[in-house]
Design a protein around this ligand. Sequence first.
Ligand code: COA
Length: 145
Amino acid sequence: MKKMIDIDFGTNRCDELAELRYKVLLEPLGLKFLEHYREKEIGYIHIGCVESLDDKLVGGLLMIPLDNHEIRIMQVAVLPKYQREGVGHKMIDYAISKARAAGYSKLVMHAMLSVVHFYETLGFKAEGDVFEENGITFVKMIKMI
Ligand SMILES: CC(C)(COP(=O)(O)OP(=O)(O)OC[C@H]1O[C@@H](n2cnc3c(N)ncnc32)[C@H](O)[C@@H]1OP(=O)(O)O)[C@@H](O)C(=O)NCCC(=O)NCCS
């Protein structure tokens, strides 16, 4: 069984999540992990998903408040072995309930084109033109919550 956890910045779990994000999101694209970006993450909300049996971290994401109404979801990552088992849906559902409880009304994210369908199944809608960053094509997606 999987359970969602809130992760505090600066803890071992937070380092574990950074490593997982690097392995799932950056390494396959040949991108480097830049240590100085970590300091900015002190103000972000860190969320993880763990396997209850052995306490192993299997996925996670970050959220960044943009203003009093909007919050951005980013770096959504699930270890390859655990993908397509519902972990991604569980993490986004948890992020939505957390954002809603904190008073946010709009979720924003930049989705790689390859995973637009995943976010559409969660009620996100694409907004505006596609754009490129580091040679990867993204589209902005939003969901009112
Ligand atoms: C995208 C990701 C977060 C989804 O998490 P997940 O746990 O695998 O997804 P779930 O099991 O909750 O949902 C599965 C459904 O989402 C969709 N989906 C999931 N991954 C997909 C992918 N890579 N491409 C297309 N659709 C995908 C499918 O509809 C799938 O249902 P199906 O298996 O019946 O076809 C995860 O696969 C991942 O970490 N991928 C690599 C990193 C990445 O691309 N992150 C997104 C950054 S914007």
